[in-house]
Design a protein around this ligand. Structure first.
Ligand code: FAD
Ligand code: DLZ
Length: 506
């Protein structure tokens, strides 16, 4: 008789290629899935995220059981404090020789798992997460000895490794990167297609009721819950994207749109991150769309770069530098998070929309996260840890491995430029160029001071002024620093004073 294993499957590990599941034996091993207080409460998760994960877990558990596996599923109402408690129960009930689990996506939990063997009194194998396209070892080898870890060079290697968009080893079309074609601002050029709604089934409806009861103070308007919770539905949503939205994805990737939270984005990060979709499959599907003439090369390349490049790169960065990475704070930013981050109540139209949809739907697209909310946090000098915690809480796709490098590294430049070659700081002019929010806003993007001036403008110059010793050393900031230096002293003083007055109102 083979020894029985206990296989723990976390909420963001719901894939058949989960390394703890690939050689699981029906009728011999016990699969454990648990809704537990610690994971549900370590930040004020958006309720959309909790419903997505709990419902997807329950659906996956059902499929595992149908395939003959013995599944022990704990619901939140059973009151287990944490994942270790779930294992303790199983180890006491079932004679298991070892516990097997895929490495988690967050350092916090990984660190706690290191002592499970001692505390549970049974061997715990924490298996390498093989669901990414670059192993941590390969990333560390790539990073080793390099002064700067630029995503672009990592991405080129990944294109070669996976033979994506290549023509005899060279990039299709002669260029690796078509980003310069993907920055068109929104002026209502074309209609934005309506999304396919997935109507919650009985399992999801039950989860929604439970989550409303258990998390009354978390963000998330669950009357708008329309996410996929099964592999089949996530695949169907992605297929819709490839056929309908991908052709316009590249062109309007950076657009800020008053009428749509989603524009032409794929809305698949939440599925990739919890195992309902696979990164290589989606990249290959996007390449096929281009080869079949259904989208431009810049659309397919732009999309593939996000997944094969950015997604793998930020994960590599996270594990390369954690736990020290979470402590970095280049600009010593400490201002408390304004209350409107939790209510969306601000007159800045772009920020209001980005915050409201983040809170209500758990979704904002990349430019909203980076250049509207992140840019505001950077310019206003908001506390880095508080901002990171906010991002980790509000988004349906948020796990620290992807959230932290994006927020602390890319948006806040808190990692001393390890990820970004210069801060992503911008004035109201950028936001005006990228979209149509300013037309509806009470602030004027052309004004820098005065009650009707767009606050991004004076905050931008305040940021440049207060960090000029550090920013002045960055060659890529040379032009803008020179522009500020040359300005009239009184004019500069008036801008800085206005920004300070405005910041005091926060
Ligand atoms: P699309 O625009 O359609 O892009 C396709 C896919 O590319 C995404 O689904 C995602 O898997 C991947 N991708 C794109 N950009 C990135 C990136 N910078 N890093 C990693 N993957 C990327 N993404 C998360 O998955 N979780 C987060 O918690 C998260 N936090 C972020 C915080 C900040 C401050 C910023 C600037 C970005 C963050 N991102 C995060 C990256 C990106 O904004 C989201 O992946 C994207 O908006 C998700 O929407 P989508 O699926 O429609 O993406
Ligand atoms: C995010 C989350 C939530 C809300 N709840 C659970 C849970 O009850 N059980 C579980 O196994 N996982 C949950 N998760 C996902 C974990 O927090 C995630 O696995 C870690 O943060 C590592 O990425």
């Amino acid at each position: 008789m083979s020894e029985s294993h206990c296989i723990l499957v976390l909420a963001d590990q719901l894939s058949w290629d989960n390394p703890a599941l690939v050689d699981a034996r029906p009728g011999i091993d016990t699969i454990v899935m648990a809704e537990v207080a610690e994971e549900a409460n370590y930040v004020r998760h958006n309720r959309h995220k909790i419903v997505l994960l709990f419902s997807a877990m329950r659906h996956f558990a059902q499929v595992l059981a149908e395939r003959g596996f013995s599944v022990r599923y704990f619901r939140l109402s059973e009151g287990l404090p944490d994942l270790e408690a779930a294992l303790k129960k199983i180890v006491a009930e079932v004679p298991v020789s070892r516990v097997r689990v895929c490495a988690p996506g967050e350092y916090r939990l990984w660190h706690s798992m290191q002592t499970w063997t001692d505390r549970l009194g049974v061997a715990v194998d924490v298996l390498e997460d093989t669901r990414f396209l670059c192993t941590l070892e390969a990333f560390n080898d790539w990073a080793d000895g390099k002064k700067q870890l630029r995503m672009e060079f990592f991405y080129r290697e990944m294109r070669k490794r996976y033979q994506l968009l290549l023509d005899n080893g060279e990039p299709e079309g002669g260029k690796w990167n078509y980003d310069s074609e993907n920055r068109v601002g929104w002026r209502n050029q074309i209609p934005i297609p309506a999304r396919h709604d997935i109507v919650p089934d009985a399992v999801t409806t039950e989860v929604i009721d439970e989550v409303l009861d258990a998390f009354p103070n978390n963000p998330g308007d669950l009357s708008q819950f329309r996410l996929a919770v099964t592999h089949a539905d996530a695949e169907a949503q992605f297929e819709w994207f490839c056929e309908v939205a991908l052709p316009s994805f590249g062109t309007y990737q950076d657009a800020l749109v008053e009428e749509s939270p989603w524009v032409f984005h794929s809305l698949i990060s939440m599925y990739l991150n919890c195992g309902l979709l696979k990164p290589l499959v989606v990249c290959q599907r996007a390449e096929r769309a281009w080869r079949e003439g259904r989208c431009s090369l810049s659309a397919a390349e732009g999309f593939i770069r996000q997944i094969l490049g950015w997604r793998e790169y930020v994960r590599g960065i996270y594990w390369l530098w954690m736990p020290e990475y979470a402590e970095r704070n280049t600009f010593d930013a400490k201002r408390p998070l304004p209350e409107f981050f939790w209510t969306g109540e601000t007159d800045m139209r772009c920020l209001q929309q980005a915050l409201r949809q983040s809170l209500d739907l758990g979704y904002a697209h990349h430019i909203q996260r980076l250049m509207v909310i992140g840019n505001f946090a950077l310019l206003a000098g908001l506390d880095v840890k508080a901002v990171c915690e906010w991002y980790l809480a509000v988004y349906v796709d948020a796990y620290e491995w992807v959230e932290l490098p994006n927020t602390a590294g890319m948006a806040l430049y808190a990692d001393h430029g390890a990820m970004a070659s210069k801060p992503y700081a911008a004035s109201g002019k950028y936001i005006q160029k990228q979209g149509n929010h300013c037309k509806q806003c009470r602030y004027n993007p052309s004004k820098v001071t005065g009650t009707d001036a767009c606050p991004y403008n004076s905050l931008y110059w305040h940021f440049i002024d207060r960090h000029s010793p550090l920013l002045g050393k960055n060659a890529r900031m040379g032009l803008i620093m020179g522009n500020w230096r040359k300005r009239n002293v009184d004019e500069k003083a008036a801008i800085v004073a206005w920004a300070e007055e405005w910041l005091a109102t926060l």
